[in-house]
Design a protein around this ligand. Structure first.
Ligand code: ACO
Length: 309
């Protein structure tokens, strides 16, 4: 039996920071941000709202959609680089808040590819029949590690959370193939140095426009499909130009790619599960669709999955 998604959820904070607002904070302008990144606005968590609070809201929705409760969970995995604190983990906080009395819990740190690492970890537990219901969450409060005086980075990021409940689905549907990778030699291009995010944008861009298209094609071929069979592409929402490179390499129409980078900016590990949850709720993802999820991030890390919905 293959492992698949039983329910999804997402949450973004109420507070909107537009590109016009950013013009008041650093020397930038709406036109520069939109044309270079596709971002128009981002969400910023309240002081009283931490990563685990956003994660909880997304998780509750995913459990509801899957028709299960916290008590049914065997494992909770939270992908984040901005946990409330190093320990206890966000996953343990959720274990308590969700009443997941029999669940194991841990955080995963693989930056923006974290949700992909989580999905594949979950798949292995499910396919070996070790566990039945696994909750995976990508949640970030990047605003707390953003240097609000650095225009190279502060315009890019936002806060939010997305979640999926995974479990056994059928022999035909579910995860068909995956690819995970890492290249620590590029670690210096994207890092949390002391308190804040540091990024060499051009180097990250070069890496991402190569890796995202390549990984997308690899998982489709490994699954035994052709590029044009892809019904829906969910790329990490970092920059519309990088996302477009992946879409064009697959040769699929614009409306078959999830785009929310305009509304939320780059929410790191949260971006793929937020887009997944939105795709389910707005009807873009339908039964039996071939869906590709692909991400890249600091580390450097990357990951992709092809799944039959
Ligand atoms: N407003 C105005 N000007 C700016 C801004 C800004 N917010 N930020 C930088 N600039 C200036 C720079 O100072 C630089 O000026 P200079 O040439 O005089 O030194 C110039 O704009 C840079 O321009 P370009 O190099 O042409 O910018 P580029 O097209 O490379 O776009 C960007 C920059 C958007 C950062 C791009 O490199 C990029 O998207 N890189 C990948 C970033 C990414 O994906 N990060 C996330 C990865 S994983 C994770 O999510 C943690």
């Amino acid at each position: 039996m293959k492992a698949g998604v039983l329910g999804t959820g997402h949450y973004v904070p109420e507070k909107v920071l537009t590109n016009k607002d950013m013009e008041q904070i650093v020397e930038t302008n709406d036109e520069w941000i939109r044309t270079r990144t596709g971002i128009e606005e981002r969400r910023i968590a309240a002081d009283t709202e931490d990563t685990s609070d956003m994660a909880y809201n997304a998780a509750a929705q995913a459990l509801d959609e899957a028709g299960i409760t916290g008590e049914d969970l065997d494992l909770i995995l939270v992908a984040t680089v901005t946990p409330d604190q190093p320990f206890p983990t966000v996953a343990c906080k959720l274990q308590e808040r969700l009443g997941a009395t029999k669940a194991a819990a841990m955080d995963i740190s693989a930056a923006c590819a974290g949700f992909m690492y989580g999905m594949i970890t979950a798949q292995k537990f499910i396919e070996t029949e070790s566990y039945k219901h696994i909750l995976i969450i990508g949640a970030e409060k990047l605003s707390k590690i953003t240097d609000w005086s650095d225009r190279n980075t502060c315009v890019l990021f936002g806060d939010g959370a997305g979640a999926a409940v995974m479990g056994p689905v059928s022999d035909e549907r579910g995860i068909l193939s995956f690819e995970l990778g890492a290249d620590g030699s590029g670690g210096q291009y994207l890092a949390q140095n002391e308190d804040f995010i540091f990024m060499n944008g051009r180097e990250v861009f070069k890496f991402a426009v190569r890796q995202m298209p390549e990984s997308s094609v690899n998982v489709v071929e490994k699954a035994g499909y052709a590029k044009e069979d892809v019904d829906y592409l969910i790329p990490h929402q970092a920059n519309i130009r990088i996302m477009e490179a992946a879409r064009q390499r697959l040769g699929i129409e614009v409306d078959r790619m999830a785009v929310n980078v305009n509304k939320y900016g780059n929410t790191s590990a949260a971006s793929i599960p937020i887009a997944l949850s939105e795709g389910v709720k707005n009807g873009k993802i339908k039964d039996n669709d071939l869906v590709v999820l692909v991400g890249f991030g600091g580390g450097l890390t990357w990951g992709a999955v092809a799944l039959k919905w």
